[in-house]
Ligand binder design. Structure first.
Ligand code: SAH
Length: 214
């Protein structure tokens, strides 16, 4: 299936019905073809609102969750963003349309290599992908205006909080790995951190260290 007018219409309809109302987010999700990231694994499902398996036992998130997380970041186009959990690269590609610069890291070398290829093929030149343990953030590039964690942590990791600029926003799923997690938005103020809860979600866990098998 291709991302033709009909597929786009249904895709955008599903997103709107799940509460994605921000026109800029909808526009970015209309522009970036999720099929390019799902590739050969489940091409016929690329435009359905469901998570799908990708290599290394990971998943590409459900489009409506990608939309909600992106919307919660309140991007204006000027931000330097860090994403933890590159996975397929789809979320980073959406962010690249709405922010100035996107850094994305994954503990699986293979996923980073494959995502880089897609970024190049789509000419998404403002994304830099690294193989790294994202629990420690990217101290060399800090501070960040926005941080998006796309794997579930028990608590928002301290190094990530420290790398968030004052006035910055971090969105992170928190909770025990297999249970339902809560999607949390953390806003850094000059006094400390404000937390608000967005909705229940289910993500793969944030795992320590680089993957041994690539
Ligand atoms: N954002 C992705 C989906 C992420 S799935 C997309 O758009 O497709 C979660 C990803 O987090 C997996 O690829 C997993 O390898 C990665 N991950 C888990 N723990 C990590 C860690 N400590 N550092 C970096 N990446 C991690």
């Amino acid at each position: 299936m291709s991302f033709d007018a009909e597929a786009k219409m249904q895709f955008l309809f599903a997103l709107r019905s799940q509460g994605i109302t921000d026109q800029r987010v909808l526009h970015a999700m209309e522009k970036i073809d999720r099929g390019a990231f799902v590739k050969s694994y489940f091409p016929e499902r690329a435009y359905e609102d469901m998570p799908l398996p990708i290599p290394c036992g990971q998943t590409i998130s459900q489009p409506s969750v990608v939309g909600l997380m992106t919307q919660a970041l309140e991007l204006t186009g000027r931000e330097k963003v860090l994403e933890i959990g590159t996975g397929s690269g789809y979320q980073a590609a959406i962010l690249s349309q709405l922010a100035r610069r996107v850094y994305t890291v994954d503990r699986h070398r293979r996923l980073v290599a494959e995502a880089r290829e897609v970024f190049q093929s789509l000419d998404l030149a403002n994304i830099t992908a690294f193989t790294a343990d994202g629990s420690f953030g990217l101290p060399d590039q800090a501070p960040f205006d926005r941080i998006l964690v796309t794997a579930a942590a028990e608590d928002p990791p301290g190094p990530l909080l420290a790398q968030l600029r004052i006035g910055g926003i971090m969105v992170v799923p928190v909770g025990q790995s297999d249970a339902v997690q809560r999607l949390i938005r953390v806003t850094r103020t000059d006094q400390g951190f404000d937390y608000d809860e967005l909705r229940p979600v289910r993500f793969v866990p944030l795992v320590e260290g680089l993957a041994k098998d690539g």
